[in-house]
Design a protein around this ligand. Structure first.
Ligand SMILES: NC(=O)c1ccc[n+]([C@@H]2O[C@H](COP(=O)([O-])OP(=O)(O)OC[C@H]3O[C@@H](n4cnc5c(N)ncnc54)[C@H](OP(=O)(O)O)[C@@H]3O)[C@@H](O)[C@H]2O)c1
Length: 280
């Protein structure tokens, strides 16, 4: 699992398991990142919104592991919807992470998070193209090795694809046993956009008798079953934890879930109408 990589359309390799860092306070992030790197993680997922990019940068530096051996993702804040704002946001993430380049930069959401849950007349199609233009320039300048989106619907992805030279390489979306967006995953696959699954453990809320029974059948804990489910969908998996023992447990997911049981698990959370997420 540790050496497992997926390939982005531009040929960049991405480690299939990455440590999530949402809700990790900046002052403990360096320690958490160092622990993760020590047990073998080589992929860290952060965001401007998480306010812990500095801790991520420190942890990487203190680990003594070469920067080029670590894959770092960050995200432009969902409320940043202009070209100038995005140029600044990229520079700020580079500075906070204390790095010359970021491996993957994402637009955190197609609309500001406070508007994601609401039915809204307003779309941000033009604004997202402007943000994408800033990201494309930084990509061409070598400041970003890959660029992508998060929480985008197929319409949101097509807006970028139809109006820019560079296609998103990734869509990071909510995927777990209780939230399986079949059609959106298919839409990403059809467009050659790699899916990254966030909240594989439903932000700590993955539970229920059926899920427990399935986990027991494979000798997995529930979080391990959740990680393995997302892995078998062919997606990047981003489990978050601050505990070293959980970091190790979350990597230890070599036992295959049978085809039949994957179908049972998929049916538990299939969600047809998925348009985006109101989470962050
Ligand atoms: N793009 C987006 O909009 C978006 C949205 C949400 C998340 N994300 C990304 O995806 C990452 C993961 O999602 P998430 O933060 O929602 O949470 P998650 O990974 O689904 O679940 C995290 C919770 O599960 C617990 N946990 C993890 N492994 C465990 C284990 N082996 N045994 C017992 N408990 C375990 C953690 O505990 P402890 O922390 O106490 O150890 C924490 O409470 C985020 O951190 C972020 O990087 C992105």
């Amino acid at each position: 699992m540790l050496d497992d990589r997926l390939l982005l359309e531009n040929g960049v390799e991405i480690p299939v398991i990455g440590l999530g860092t949402w809700q990790i306070p900046n002052d403990i992030t360096a320690r958490v990142v160092k622990d993760a790197l020590e047990v073998g993680y080589r992929h860290i997922d952060t965001a401007a919104l998480y306010r812990n990019e500095e801790g991520v940068g420190e942890g990487i530096l203190e680990s003594g592991i070469s920067r080029r051996d670590i894959f770092v993702t960050s995200k432009i804040h969902s409320s940043c919807k202009s070209y100038e704002g995005a140029v600044e946001a990229i520079e700020e993430s580079l500075r906070k992470l204390n790095t010359d380049y970021i491996d993957l930069m994402l637009i955190h959401a197609p609309r500001p998070f406070n508007e994601m849950g609401e039915p809204s007349e307003k779309n941000y199609n033009k604004e997202n193209i402007e943000v994408w233009r800033a990201m494309s320039e930084a990509y061409r300048d070598g400041k970003l090795r890959a660029i992508g989106v998060s929480n985008f619907s197929s319409e949101d992805m097509d807006n970028i694809i139809q109006n820019s030279d560079i296609k998103p390489m990734v869509n990071q979306i909510l995927v777990n046993i209780t939230r399986y967006p079949k059609k959106l995953i298919e839409a990403c696959n059809e467009r050659g956009i790699l899916v990254e699954s966030y909240s594989p453990n439903a932000t700590g809320k993955l539970k229920g008798e059926e899920i427990k029974e399935m986990a027991d059948k494979y000798g997995y804990t529930i979080p391990q079953l959740g990680n393995r489910f997302d892995y078998q969908l062919g997606t990047v998996v981003l489990p978050k934890t601050t505990h070293k023992e959980y970091m190790i447990e979350n990597l230890n997911i070599d036992i295959e879930i049978s085809k039949e049981d994957m179908e049972v698990l998929k049916a538990m959370g299939e969600y047809e109408g998925w348009k985006g997420s109101n989470s962050d």
